[in-house]
Design a protein around this ligand. Structure first.
Ligand SMILES: Cc1cc2nc3c(=O)[nH]c(=O)nc-3n(C[C@H](O)[C@H](O)[C@H](O)COP(=O)(O)O)c2cc1C
Length: 404
């Protein structure tokens, strides 16, 4: 296959590089992927360590954890790792010691799920910047906003104590901080809403307070480059947000898009109807042929966002132009050829992938030896539904027998 870069200049994809003061062994990072491996108190089991070991041995350049909660009210599922519980720090220390033995940096992604939290997991009312029809949450009080800032700062301190190489603050996919910066989701008319600066205030305060506590500890952010929804984030608005992030001392930006309301915009590919039905007690009682029919019809009826590959490229390019901090591209990267083009032509400092690592934790080694140059992932997206109740795995388009 013809590569898109000048071979004589050398291939930087598998060379070490530095980002935010962290040395990564190569440029292919595992993007945050919810693993669903924790008990009710958010304590992960050894299964998480095993998953990370497989990724490390498989050549991954670095791992961004699945989202880790900073506070009870921001919980979206009962199997979510939590870093507000002091007891969990010790467990994560063990994981980090092992990862450092293997030479793989790990960044903790910290999150508050905001309006996308679930009452049955949080065991308390759900909150968001504003009460809007995208979700059932009520509007946060000013006191609650200040509490969440403290929760993030404590989460960052705890991540540092646990030995994580850095933190990624989750500000994308329609969770609390992306709700705050989004003109669609933040309709407040106090100092926390309105202008871009006001909508960004919560993030600014997290950075200011965290920096006092953790100094130059690496802090990166995952942003929505755009939201394909009415009044959602535009690329122009996300450029402004990126500049503000740079001003507050953010060390790097990963560019994604979407929210639950925007359906499949974040991950693209098939709508996993059959898996949704299988996970739902009532729907799963339907006769088998009806379930199959629902799967086929629904995928025809619901338009899949296009393109399916490299769909955050335009927004990430715009953000890269707007700032001087490193930018990472995620979303629909499926081929070595694409990665070589991105890295060797200096489009982005690194790329990150999620689904390709679920089916093949050793995809980087396969790419490196050219044993394989493309992911085997078929974008069935059953994984995203499965991890709500069971540990993350690839279903390869097959409904698990015990659930069907
Ligand atoms: C099973 C699954 C779990 C995910 N969990 C997270 C998460 O915890 N945090 C996050 O920022 N993104 C999460 N994502 C989104 C991915 O990080 C990534 O942005 C998206 O899947 C596009 O990348 P890909 O095409 O390489 O899969 C998840 C995606 C999937 C499929």
């Amino acid at each position: 296959m013809k590569t898109l870069f000048d071979q004589t200049k050398g291939n930087k994809v598998f060379e070490p590089f530095e980002l935010a003061g962290i040395t990564f062994p190569n440029r292919i990072i595992r993007s945050a992927t919810f693993e669903g491996i924790a008990d009710e108190k958010g304590k992960p089991s050894d299964q998480l360590l095993k998953k990370y070991e497989a990724l490390a041995k498989g050549g991954v350049g670095g791992i961004i954890t699945g989202f880790i909660g900073v506070g009870q009210q921001g919980k979206a599922s009962s199997n979510m790792v939590m870093l507000n519980e002091a007891g969990n720090i010790e467990v994560l220390k063990k994981l980090m010691n092992r990862m450092h033995e293997l030479g793989t940096p790990v960044i903790a992604q910290l999150n508050h799920c905001g309006g996308q939290s679930k009452e049955e997991s949080a065991h308390m009312p759900i909150v968001a910047p504003s009460k809007i029809s995208d979700y059932k949450a009520r509007e946060m009080t000013k006191a609650e906003i200040l509490e969440v800032i403290e929760e993030f700062v404590q989460g960052i301190k705890n991540a540092k104590e646990a030995g994580f190489d850095g933190v990624q603050i989750h500000m994308s996919h329609g969770y609390l901080l992306s709700e705050f910066v989004s003109p669609r989701m933040n309709r407040r008319n106090d100092e926390w809403g309105g202008s871009t600066e006001n909508r960004f205030r919560i993030v600014k305060m997290i950075f200011e307070k965290a920096r006092k506590e953790v100094g130059d500890y690496p802090l990166i952010v995952k942003v929505n480059g755009y939201e394909p929804l009415k009044n959602g984030m535009t690329i122009e608005e996300s450029e402004k947000i990126a500049k503000l992030l740079e001003q507050v001392g953010c060390d790097g930006i990963e560019v994604s898009n979407g929210s639950l309301k925007a359906g499949m915009a974040t991950i693209r590919g098939q709508v996993p109807w059959r898996m949704i039905v299988a996970q739902n007690e009532k729907l799963n009682k339907m006769p088998e042929f009806v379930k199959k029919f629902v799967g086929v019809i629904s995928n025809k009826a619901v338009p899949q966002p296009q393109p399916k590959n490299l769909y955050n490229l335009e927004a990430a390019m715009a953000i890269k132009k707007a700032v001087n901090i490193p930018v990472i591209l995620v979303g629909g990267i499926t081929k070595l050829e694409e990665i070589e083009d991105i890295i060797n032509n200096d489009k982005f400092v690194a790329v990150s992938m999620c689904r390709p690592f679920i089916i093949e934790p050793d995809i980087v080694n396969k790419f490196k030896t050219k044993k394989q140059t493309q992911t085997k992932c078929i974008q069935c997206n059953f994984c995203i539904i499965g991890c709500e109740k069971s540990p993350l795995k690839c279903y390869y388009g097959k409904v698990p027998v015990s659930n069907s």
